[in-house]
Design a binder for this molecule. Sequence first.
Ligand code: NAD
Ligand code: TYD
Length: 348
Amino acid sequence: MKNILITGGAGFIGSHVIRLFVIKYPNDQIFNLDTLTYAGNLENLKDVENANNHTFLKADINNAEEINKLFAKYKFDKVIHLAAESHVDRSIIDPLAFVRTNVIGTVNLLNAAKECWKDDFTDKLFYHVSTDEVYGTLGETGLFTETTSYDPNSPYSASKASSDHFVRAYGETYKLPYMISNCSNNYGPNQFPEKLIPLFIHNIVKEKSLPVYGDGKYTRDWLYVVDHTVAIDLAFHEGKIGETYNIGGFNEWQNIDLIKLLCELMDKKLGRETGSSAKLITYIKDRPGHDKRYAIDATKINKELGWKPSVTFEEGLSKTVDWYLENETWLNNVTSGAYQKYYDKQYL
Ligand code: NAD
Ligand code: TYD
């Protein structure tokens, strides 16, 4: 039996990781540490929140003292670190918030783990969840591999790159056992409607305009969130200490093609006339420093651990749209209040 600390477990990817671990590992105690920012929502965990092996800890990773106390109290054996500020557009508005949580918050956790484990690192692990955005941008061809140089362009990706470097540095300097995975764009149920897919689903439902940045010819590699959690589980349990694993969907889409596909799908699901959602597409001013293309080479995790995505994009997108249509209350709750302020500032 292990005490596993998962940070950011009330967020989008974190809630799917919590669900998988709580159900799959009933003999492990899963501690879900989250400060519940605008992106954290315990509604995401309704089905597992009362499980015997799940404990929610409301705490802020920016508060070193609080984090140290929790490590001393619960003696976590392993950590999966997902808590972060995660949206590029918000990082352009307020970079320091990203430095605080993504950089300093990560170092606070590393220090707490190192202190708690007292340099006896037998069976200990700090698993850091990161992004492909640390590699910067690709041209028309090529893929990011684990040895691609870091070249972040947004305050968000710079803060994640910095956190990756700190994790690696603790591995080199103090021999803290770590793993890092860098994943491409996730989509699926419970994603906060500031990211492209849930934002556009929400706007289509409300018949609001669909704000496409620049010419819409930016490319992302999309992965269904549950496939990401399966990869994390596999690397966490079977990966090699000190390694990095790239995780991706082998699924590149130019934004505008994805948006048109989503519009067609939603016309069908909502019983609207074909072409009605596409009429909402509106090209707006580009995002500053907008990375042209991301695409992951996930050969290493495939060859070494046998992982590959299991959900096709058509299937995943259809499931995702169904989830948002069936969870209107969730969507209405998260888009009231502060969300509207952010939306107006960003888009109006
Ligand atoms: P999210 O924004 O949906 O959730 C982040 C969670 O972290 C929220 O529950 C929030 O309350 C919590 N949090 C934020 N600041 C905190 C703090 N100071 N202390 C404690 N908790 C705090 O993010 P997500 O999309 O689920 O991403 C999770 C992780 O995966 C992040 O580290 C992100 O960089 C990484 N990632 C995301 C994607 C993606 O496509 N979403 C892709 C690759 C990697
Ligand atoms: P996003 O979901 O913010 O993820 P990331 O920037 O981390 O890849 O955006 C995905 C793509 O969609 C990106 O190229 C920016 C674009 N985009 C828009 O065109 N309009 C929008 O309103 C948003 C949020 C994103």
